[in-house]
Design a binder for this molecule. Structure first.
Ligand SMILES: *Cc1c(COP(=O)(O)O)cnc(C)c1O
Length: 362
């Protein structure tokens, strides 16, 4: 069986170091907001090239904390791509803001910058870009619009740890960036985890306080905060894995390249990239009109696949207010997309087998 993602195999590589760190935590008797957290925050900020990193409980909270940190709320509109994972949109709704959906570019699956300006109103406060599937958004137009209309730019970097846009990493391409360390992400822990990165000192201090009951020092609450922390065990695991992230992303690029050069089936649309460094291939998404048929064919040959995602946000029950709206490009993507196995621990044989089975499909 070729697994979609073999998390056991991914983490097994780090067993010795993780065992050691967990022993340190057991010995210390300190489980939250301690040395492990501090060390990882410092190392991850440095990795991204950002001034600050604030650990939190998960990726959704990271985005939520950014929006709270900026003080956005009722009547504020935030622009977000219509084909993103639901979490980006939930973070906006959770704060009482209105998500304004913008269609993606069918070639990159990322927000189409040419469609943004017409949706900007006096209530627009921010553009949330999502580096979907691991590909960094081309930021130039986004920055131009942000500066023209005085908007904040927020990154949802949950799928793109280590992706590079014009020499700068995600997490350092906007006013503030949210990361998820959910186990399946390119940098994943063994439970839930997330963080915010930013170069803004004031915002960083505010987010750190909001994430800790709105408290800037003990029993002193200056914001109506939440409890969202990255625990010491998760921080330690992430700190063990971080030095291997670039190498892992490089292996994903290698597999992606093999797929793109060797899958030759006229019924399949392969992903294209302008800049190899901009993509860390969290997901290798291809498109075909006969998606279910391909998925069955691969399953019959013991190859697991996944769909990212089967239903667009505007068709979800949670957002029934959008049920009559039309986002044809998103719908096209959601109806045809299928994700092939890709991970740093896939063997060459597994990659070759996957290609053969796809090329045999007719
Ligand atoms: C995974 C993910 C999130 C949410 O992260 P969690 O840690 O699961 O809360 C947000 N946005 C995108 C694009 C994601 O893929």
């Amino acid at each position: 069986m070729i697994k979609f993602l073999d998390l056991h195999k991914i983490n097994e590589r780090f067993r010795k170091d993780i065992d050691l760190r967990i022993k340190q935590i057991l010995d210390s008797g300190w489980y939250l907001l301690g040395e492990q957290d501090k060390t990882f925050e410092k190392n991850f900020a440095q990795y991204c090239g950002a001034k600050h990193c604030i650990g939190c409980a998960n990726g959704l909270d990271a985005l939520n904390l950014i929006i709270r940190g900026f003080g956005f709320g009722k009547d504020d509109e935030i622009i977000v791509p219509s084909n993103t994972y639901i979490a980006s949109i939930l973070a906006i709704s959770e704060n009482g803001c209105t998500p304004v959906l913008i269609e993606p570019d069918i070639k990159t699956y990322n927000i189409n910058p040419d469609l943004i300006e017409e949706k900007i109103t006096p209530n627009t406060k921010a553009i949330m870009v999502v580096h979907l599937y691991g590909q960094a958004v081309e930021m130039e137009k986004i920055w131009q619009l942000a500066s023209k209309y005085n908007l904040k730019v927020i990154e949802d970097s949950a799928q793109a740890h280590g992706a590079v846009h014009n020499g700068k990493k995600t997490g350092n391409l906007s006013d503030a960036s949210g990361f998820s360390f959910y186990p399946g992400k390119n940098l994943g822990c063994m439970g839930d985890g997330g963080c915010v990165t930013t170069n803004d000192d004031e915002l960083a201090a505010k987010i750190r306080a909001i994430a800790n009951y709105g408290s800037d020092r003990k029993y002193h609450h200056i914001y109506k905060g939440i409890n969202s922390r990255l625990d010491e065990i998760q921080a330690a695991i992430l700190d063990v894995k971080l030095p291997y992230l670039d190498k892992d992303n490089e292996r994903r690029r290698e597999i992606s390249k093999y797929y793109r050069e060797n899958i030759k089936n006229p019924k399949i649309i392969l992903p294209e990239v302008k800049d190899e460094n901009a993509h860390v291939w969290h997901i290798f998404a291809i498109r075909t009109e006969k998606r279910d048929d391909l998925q069955n064919h691969l399953e019959a040959n013991n190859i697991q696949t996944n769909i990212h995602y089967p239903t667009p946000p505007h068709k979800q029950g949670a957002y029934s207010e959008w049920k009559d709206e039309k986002f044809p490009i998103s719908e096209e993507i959601h109806n045809t997309v299928i994700s092939l196995p890709i991970s740093p621990v896939m063997t060459d044989e597994e990659v070759q087998k996957t290609v053969e089975v796809i090329n045999d499909w007719n």
